[in-house]
Ligand binder design. Structure first.
Ligand code: ADP
Length: 507
């Protein structure tokens, strides 16, 4: 359990952010420290090197070798001169070319007199490398005394008076001061880096926590959201950063979910309502028949009425099934190059009989051979629904006109009537399932529809990547306009929108 918690903790974004931040800082601090230490060490050594080089140059002025004798020429009264010479003499060695010791300071003896073989080789090398005007070769070495203190030794060849014989001379300086500076520097850094790291990590932990607070708020809100509790929203901080954007996107997603849930709930209520009415009627008719009917005619009439209601029930169920198949994408379109002019002409001819029965004049105004890339059955269903509505809602003596024409990049189909019209308050809803216009200013339809026809029309138009608009004025009439992409026109070129509704002023 504890291990699982630890694992969850170390996998947390906050921990990982802080850890990467601390790691980055550690590498940076150690890197900079190492680089700086290296540079400091080099500079300090270089300083000792330069000082020794200067002392070597000065040495030639103070040191005189006469017949193998070492003599220092300087003014003991001059504090500067005596200081310099005393310094040189502290770490000093002089031998002849064969390596015989002619004078060595105590400190040099502690370091150990250079082996004679090595001295002879150095003298040979130095003499050989000499050229007129140039000094002999300089040899540099670091040597350690018994207690491990390093000394930088500079050696080379010096000639006696008259330039008769070469002598080997070495001077040196302790590097202990440099070591101490570097040690001090290292200790300061060793002390500072962990402290800086701890502070930096705490700061990182705090900042990561602050930055992730909205993420946790999103997670908490998401946990509390359920189908019955979709009103929750994540508070945004109005900072305009990415997390605000995430919260906003999440809120918008819940908005959409809420409206979908609302639609589904509404739909279930509508369906139950729609199904309940015929079921109650059937039940009533059957009960009446069972308890009160006496003659076969009375039974027959009850059964006939019940059958009619059952027919309506099956209609609703069939339409719902089809609509749900359509909306869930199971109803695939069978598109082909379709001659819309032929389809419109056929349908207008078929609808002449119901139009005559309703005393409505049905006419077609269409160009010849207008084509579209479309599914014949669905396009027929779409026009059928619009035509039957137009005839149904147009009083006797009225007009229904179907239009078809080609526009640049699109094909336009219109179905317009001089019927009762639709009040503007209802226009945004007429494409909703089960929506039927009721109330004042609406002529009662001769027969009550299912309120599903226009939902179908809307789906068919959408599935063809088209657009539908409705203009209507109560008492004047209604016009449905459908725009479909012309064959060969990419679907993106048409602006696809939800059904648009406006008031129609003139038919
Ligand atoms: P219905 O099966 O009831 O016709 P629809 O979805 O086809 O269902 O239409 C929804 C509602 O829109 C109808 O009940 C009617 O009130 C209104 N409507 C549709 N077409 C017309 C029209 N041409 N004229 C007037 N009202 C219409």
């Amino acid at each position: 359990m504890a291990r699982r918690n630890l694992r969850r903790f170390t996998r947390g974004l906050r921990f990982r952010l802080t850890a990467s931040y601390a790691l980055f800082f550690a590498v940076l601090l150690f890197g900079v420290a190492a680089l700086f230490r290296e540079r400091l060490s080099y500079t300090l050594d270089q300083q000792v090197h330069d000082v020794l080089e200067q002392e070597w140059a000065a040495l030639k002025g103070y040191l005189k070798i006469e017949r193998g004798q070492v003599n220092w020429y300087y003014d003991p009264e001059d504090p500067d001169e005596s200081f310099i010479v005393e310094r040189m003499k502290q770490v000093f060695l002089m031998t002849d070319a064969q390596g015989h010791n002619l004078g060595a300071s105590t400190q040099y003896q502690v370091l150990g007199i250079d082996p004679a073989e090595q001295i002879r080789a150095a003298v040979r090398e130095s003499v050989a490398s000499e050229s007129p005007g140039s000094a002999g070769k300089a040899f540099w070495r670091v040597r350690y005394n018994a207690s491990g203190t390093p000394f930088l030794i500079r050696s080379g060849v010096v000639y006696d008076e008259g330039h008769h014989a070469p002598y080997y001379v070495a001077i040196g300086r302790s590097l202990a001061g440099n070591e101490a500076v570097l040690r001090g520097f290292t200790w300061i850094y060793v002390g500072i880096i962990p402290g800086a790291l701890v502070l930096g990590s705490l700061l990182g932990w705090f900042m990561a926590g602050r930055a992730l607070t909205p993420v946790l708020a999103i997670a908490r809100t998401a946990q509390n959201i359920s189908g019955s509790n979709l009103s929750l929203r994540i508070p945004t901080r109005q900072s305009g950063d990415e997390l605000d954007y995430l919260a906003l996107t999440f809120n918008r997603m819940i908005d959409r979910l809420e409206s979908s849930f609302q639609q589904i709930r509404q739909f279930s209520t509508d369906v139950s309502h729609e199904l309940r009415t015929p079921i109650t009627a059937i039940r009533g008719q059957l009960e009446v028949a069972l308890f009160t009917a006496q003659t076969p005619e009375q039974y027959r009439e009850a059964m006939f009425n019940a059958l009619q209601d059952i027919e309506r029930l099956s209609q609703i169920v069939r339409a719902l099934l089809l609509l749900s198949q359509a909306e869930s994408g199971q109803l695939a379109l069978q598109k082909s190059r379709l001659n819309l002019s032929g389809v419109v002409a056929d349908l207008v001819e078929q609808f002449q009989i119901p139009a005559e029965a309703a005393h409505v004049r049905l006419t077609a105004h269409q160009a010849r051979d207008v084509f579209a890339e479309a599914d014949r059955i669905q396009i027929e269903r779409m026009i059928t629904n619009l035509l039957s509505n137009a005839i149904k809602f147009t009083p006797p003596g009225g007009d229904v006109r179907v239009g078809l024409r080609e526009l640049p990049g699109r094909v336009e189909i219109t179905v317009q009537d001089t019927g009762c019209g639709i009040p503007s308050a209802h226009l945004p809803h007429i494409f909703d399932r089960f929506y039927r216009v009721t109330g004042e200013g609406t002529a009662p339809a001769p027969e009550q529809g299912l309120g599903l026809g226009l939902s179908f029309v809307s789906w068919i138009v959408k599935a063809h990547r088209g657009k539908i608009e409705v203009d209507s004025t109560p008492g004047v009439g209604t016009r449905f306009t459908i725009l479909l992409p012309a064959p060969g026109i990419g679907s993106d070129t048409m602006e696809l929108a939800q059904p648009a509704t406006t008031q129609m002023n003139e038919l």
